[in-house]
Design a protein around this ligand. Structure first.
Ligand code: PMP
Length: 458
């Protein structure tokens, strides 16, 4: 029982929520007759809602964010100590936690050099797009302004990041979009677009085909998720990243990796790209940066990119950009302590070990349940794709995916699913527990899934 539920009556909260809160990504009609869920307290991997029910959270706050788990007193203390000393100053001045966090982050990102702090993943990606456009104006006569993005990838909820969004189901109602964004094919081998042995290289070459079609001198950057998250937990096929990097270098195209989900330990390395030995030019990150204890996201660049903006004889060299809450010190204070926890508690190693266990358990579920067509994952970031028929790989009805999630919820385990409404991609159950997960937690999650799959699919 959580401490609030035992002493408080939440009926006033529930009625205030129902009357006045517009929840994200929620159809509110059903909430006229059922109570909205209000979460009250969290500890480690567990959450309690206003009714006092306990939940084991297998998706780190719903959207793969709370990497170090709930209820971290030391992060609360770091934030309190900092904000009571100095909470904010924006613009050109630095801050103590801002400088120390940037240094600590860059030490774990060899080859990278500069940290630009903002508030959300969408904003970090927007800033990266602005850098690319400004480089095009200053260094390429305005020509290399196009930004390539990939089918199924997601980069945010703003109009420009949606213009780089590869999930049309999210975009249908919000156009017209920003010009200059061009889509390249996805790389999901399970839903293969090419019948070849070396699938990874072929999928990368498909990017080159687009570059040649558009004209390499028109393209400034390639923006990709290192592992596609909401688009279906798409892990890159072998050989993909090495070839992608080679292609970017061949055509002088900046490689922008969106590590909003993969970053800060989620995959078992500090950053997802570090599994592949590649060197990006721009990296964006958000969720795990402060594990949701404060709103901070970052755009990280190489010194080479930074240098392109360092010319005081030319007013066009200034990166003419600011973000008011980039001046909040709570973010870097929380982020510094978050990194200390990951390191001191050996959470990268734990993520590798528990990720392997989760993949093994999912493999065992796949043997028992014909409805699981494919399992994919890297570290504690895994997906199980549900198909009506293994032969045709036709996706199951989305209602069945939701039924599995609801059954797990009824058992006290929160799991998720990737983006909806596109056949073949809306059907992936998604698991991203906190990096502190134990073997018992992992087994409890897959046991709940086992029961749910049996009940929903017979
Ligand atoms: N990129 C990726 C890969 C994401 O998954 C998300 C959020 N789910 C974003 C960007 C946008 O981040 P935010 O919601 O913080 O704007």
């Amino acid at each position: 029982m959580n401490q609030f539920a035992s002493v408080n009556d939440f009926s006033g909260v529930i009625s205030a929520d129902r009357a006045h809160v517009w929840h994200h990504l929620t159809q509110h009609k059903p909430l006229e007759t059922t109570d909205p869920r209000v979460m009250v307290e969290g500890r480690g991997m567990r959450l309690w809602d206003a009714s006092g029910r306990e939940h084991l959270d297998a998706v780190s706050g719903g959207v793969w964010t709370v990497n170090v788990g709930y209820g971290r007193d030391s992060i609360g203390e770091a934030i309190r100590d900092q904000v009571t000393r100095l909470n904010f100053f924006a613009g050109s001045a630095g801050s103590v936690p801002g400088a120390l966090f940037a240094q600590k982050l860059i030490e774990r990102m060899p080859g990278m050099s500069r940290v630009y702090s903002v508030n959300s993943g969408s904003e970090a990606n927007e800033k990266a797009f602005k850098l690319v456009r400004q480089i095009a104006h200053k260094h390429h006569g305005g020509k290399k302004h196009k930004i390539l993005f990939r089918e199924r990838d997601y980069h945010g909820s703003t109009i420009a990041t949606m213009s780089a969004g590869g999930q049309p189901e999210r975009n249908a109602q919000y156009g017209p979009y920003t010009p200059g964004f061009v889509q390249v094919p996805h790389c999901l081998e399970y839903r293969a677009q090419w019948d070849v042995e070396n699938y990874g290289e072929r999928a990368a070459d498909a990017i080159e085909d687009v570059i040649l079609r558009e004209g390499p001198d028109t393209i400034g950057a390639l923006c990709l998720e290192t592992v596609t998250a909401g688009g279906g937990v798409i892990t890159p096929p072998k050989g993909y990243w090495e070839r992608v990097q080679e292609i970017c270098r061949r055509y002088d195209i900046l490689l922008h990796l969106d590590e909003v989900v993969c970053g800060v330990g989620r995959t078992g390395e500090w950053f997802g790209y570090q599994h592949y030995g590649i060197q990006p030019d721009l990296v964006t990150m958000a969720k795990g940066v402060a594990s949701g204890y404060a709103a901070i996201a970052c755009l990280v660049t190489t010194e080479k990119v930074f240098d392109m903006f360092k010319d005081d004889s030319d007013p066009m060299s200034l990166f003419r950009d600011i973000s008011t809450y980039g001046g909040c010190t709570a973010g870097p204070a929380a982020a510094l302590e978050n990194m200390r926890i990951i390191e001191d508690e050996g959470l990268l190693e734990n993520t590798k070990a528990m990720g392997a266990r989760l993949m093994q358990n999912l493999g065992a579920l796949q043997e028992r349940h014909a409805v699981i067509g494919d399992v994919r994952g890297l570290g504690l970031f895994c997906g199980a794709e549900l198909v009506a028929d293994r032969e045709s790989r036709a996706p199951v009805d989305e209602k069945m995916v939701q039924a599995v999630i609801a059954d797990c919820m009824a058992q006290g385990v929160i799991i998720g699913a990737t983006a909806r409404a596109i056949p073949g991609f809306n059907n992936t159950l998604c698991l991203a527990p906190a990096l502190i997960a134990t073997a018992d937690d992992i087994d409890s999650i897959t046991e709940a899934m086992d029961g749910a799959l049996s009940r929903v699919f017979g």
